[in-house]
Design a binder for this molecule. Structure first.
Ligand code: ZN
Length: 431
């Protein structure tokens, strides 16, 4: 199976263009913002859209009421809009209940949130499970408010409706699956997580015309409640998931961070480590912890799926995180292109990993008479490693790890030896 490397800068530009298109939409864990987002993604890849009614029990949780918002503002006593949802959807606390009224500055203050340490940034806040309302604004904007009466208007609805998610399934030769999950619930924030959403869409598009060993399932779901809902509705089929990744925050200029699955040494953990080690980039690999994004659900003890998380700067470790500074300038086409390339390489390792048996195991086979001996070929060393360790118990990934030769070279050496009749494939699962 071949996954062609594409020009990563061009890919970065395409991914960025989709981020830009999706950026203005006000998304949440439910509502029309998610639907509109999925509709746009659906122009790139086939997307199966699911609607789960409010009130549905999903494990220990309940699908919430659906939230939609059209407008919101605060006007001062002169009728001037001092906070305006139309200027930034971060201004309204996500899931704010409808409200209309005249209130004093003192009362208004108890509904306002800002970041004194970053006086020009608007924070991003949510109130999914508490029925209240509020506004977020920059600290400088807050300081400019004078005492007096204010008129508040939030034109939102919080009613029985649905939780919406999208699923793109790409069948491969086997039913064994690679799961890619990304959250689609944040409003105008670029890195968290339009970078993950857009990268996942382009990965799906890229592999959809390839010959694949694995089937791939891409989930575009609201964070936490979406993953819980999906797992609850698919608990009988999760055994097909052999490898998985949560994609989030993959467009900033920081180094790539891979967070291991709870298993710690799953093939996905090893494949990601192998790719990052060979990339010569600065990167970081973290152990699993029960905090972060939807890996928390996939790796909850009842499931314990082999799902890691692929990000750039790690979860919440950048000041722009969950603020208006996570904007279109915060993500770079170069980082997005590089992320795409690394993820593609991880897929290549998973697709190409295989276990063989050396059919000429008594002393080394004579490579020269088979046209395989070339002292200066970089493949020579890889061939010796593959021949020696192809005993039915070591996969090519095991051999790459043991030899420190790149997986790609090991894979190429195995292809040459296989073509020469020196290796026999062990069918997957009999290792
Ligand atoms: Zn977030």
């Amino acid at each position: 199976m071949v996954l062609n490397c594409s020009d990563s800068d061009a890919k970065g530009n395409e991914i960025y263009a989709l981020i830009k298109e999706l950026f203005p939409i006000c998304r949440s864990i439910t509502g029309n913002g998610v639907r509109q987002t999925l509709e746009i993604i659906g122009k790139h890849i086939p997307l199966d859209i699911q609607e789960v009614p409010s009130g549905t029990k999903v494990f220990d949780w309940t699908v919430p009421k659906e939230w939609n918002i059209r407008d919101a503002w605060v006007k001062d006593s002169h009728g001037r809009k001092v906070i305006d949802f139309q200027k930034s959807n971060l201004h309204v606390i996500n899931y704010s209940i409808p409200f209309q009224g005249r209130i004093s500055m003192a009362e208004l203050k108890s509904h306002l949130f800002c970041l004194p340490d970053h006086p020009d940034w608007i924070p991003y806040k949510t109130t999914y499970y508490e029925e209240t309302w509020g506004f977020c604004l920059s600290h400088n904007q807050f300081l400019s408010l004078s005492d007096g009466e204010y008129q508040v208007f939030i034109d939102s609805t919080l009613t029985d409706g649905h939780l919406t998610y999208g699923e793109c399934f790409i069948p491969g030769k086997t039913k064994d699956e690679i799961l890619i999950s990304t959250h689609v619930c944040h409003p105008s924030l670029a890195n968290d997580n339009l970078s993950g959403v857009s990268t996942a869409a382009f990965l799906a598009k890229h592999i959809s015309n390839q010959e694949l060993r694995y089937s791939y399932r891409f989930l575009f779901i609201p964070g936490t409640i979406g993953a819980i809902t999906w797992l609850c509705r698919n608990r009988d089929s999760v055994a097909w998931i052999k490898h998985g990744l949560v994609l989030t925050g993959v467009g900033d200029r920081g180094r790539i961070t891979y967070k291991k699955s709870r298993r710690g040494n799953a093939e996905i953990d090893r494949a990601a480590s192998q790719v990052l080690r060979q990339s010569a980039d600065n990167y970081s690999i973290e152990d699993f912890s029960p905090y972060g994004y939807d890996e928390r659900q996939y790796c909850s003890p009842g499931f314990n799926l082999p799902v890691g998380r692929f990000s750039r700067t790690s979860y919440a470790r950048y000041p722009e995180y969950h603020t208006s500074a996570d904007n279109l300038d915060f993500v770079s086409t170069r980082s997005l292109g590089e992320t795409f390339e690394r993820l593609n390489s991880i897929f290549r390792v998973l697709e190409g990993d295989q276990t063989y048996i050396n059919l000429v195991p008594y002393c080394e086979p004579q490579l020269g008479k088979r046209g395989l001996y070339n002292q200066i070929s970089p493949n020579q060393m890889a061939m010796l490693w593959v021949l020696n360790y192809s005993d039915g118990r070591h996969s090519l990934l095991d051999i790459a790890e043991g030899s420190t030769i790149s997986f790609q070279s090991i894979r190429e050496a195995a292809d040459l030896l296989h073509q020469a009749g020196l290796l026999k494939e062990v069918s997957p699962g009999t290792k």
